[in-house]
Design a protein around this ligand. Sequence first.
Ligand SMILES: Cc1c2[nH]c(c1CCC(=O)O)Cc1[nH]c(c(CCC(=O)O)c1C)Cc1[nH]c(c(CCC(=O)O)c1C)Cc1[nH]c(c(C)c1CCC(=O)O)C2
Length: 348
Amino acid sequence: MDALEKPLLRALSGEAVWPPPMWLMRQAGRYLPEYREVRAEAGGFIKLCTTPEMAAEVTLQPIRRYGMDGAILFSDILMVPWALGQPLRFAEGEGPQLEPLRDLAAVNALEVGAVRERCAPIFETVRLVRAALDAQHPRTALIGFAGSPFTVACYMVEGHGSRDFATTRQMAYADPALFGKLIRTLVESTTDYLLAQVEAGAEALMLFDSWAGLLPPAQFRRWVIEPTATIVRSLKRLHPSIPIIGFPRLAGPLIGEYTLRTGVNTVAMDTSMDPRFAATAVAPTVGLQGNLDPLVLIAGGAALELEARQILAAMRGRPFVFNLGHGIEKVTPPEHVAQLVRIVRTGG
Ligand SMILES: Cc1c2[nH]c(c1CCC(=O)O)Cc1[nH]c(c(CCC(=O)O)c1C)Cc1[nH]c(c(CCC(=O)O)c1C)Cc1[nH]c(c(C)c1CCC(=O)O)C2
């Protein structure tokens, strides 16, 4: 299929495709038995992300099972800090652990020039997935991604997940020169990392800013909107037609300003966002994506049907991509995903 005919790319570029295309955040993951099998064979999570054949295989699993309109590259937002040389490990049951970055010496030690070479296996995964989609799933578009500088900086400074990333936010106030240098390093490396994904065959890009909503408005403008706008501008200069999805999680009423000023084509709504509000806050040519609660996907049945239909009703007639409001939970029954696909394919 010609790229311009893929339903996901049409919707992300501003066309009201109906029934809407769909894919799910974390659609490849531990809720799928076939993922757990490859994950066990790989041993470590970083090993899985850096072994192209395995990463390509798990990227394709949800496409084979459900025929999703989007295949998201299997990797992680923390592969950029890993490629910059910051020690990273994924400990079972504890989430990611990084060597916390707290001073100028640590920022200066980051190896921006090494990212392309260290991430070469990830770009090879992109090539393998794209070739497999072209041959076997011609309607499905390949989505590349990265974390946004602020969210990646949260993990780099804190060293692990957190409810409020207080150390990171304090650093941004107490030493904006230091925090700004880290953000600029991430803008540069993330732009390069995403460009390499496009060169390898990614057809759309998504920027995950999971912790954007922790910031008050002035900080949000400085550390979320500005760096994201810089990345989008650089990508669009070289690839004017690549659709870019922004995910400023928990941005609330700032979603309109975020969308306008960053220049993303589509904005992903988190679970707390009212789709009707989002539809009034962004221009009608901007795509919206989201935002089913991952918890109702665990429940399934009538509750799932009701919630999915409400989102479809609110989004009918505008460019829209059906998705969750956050990543799929590992206890989700795979047959509930199949139920959701049936509901969305009828268009509500
Ligand atoms: C904050 C963040 C991370 N990673 C990501 C985000 C942004 C989105 C969000 O807010 O959820 C994004 C991400 N992580 C993963 C993907 C792959 C593509 C997909 O969506 O299917 C994507 C797009 C795989 C993964 N990334 C991770 C897993 C689970 C690891 C495993 O299989 O052992 C997967 C499938 C690990 C990870 N990676 C991260 C955390 C906090 C964790 C631990 C939580 C957990 O264990 O579920 C950082």
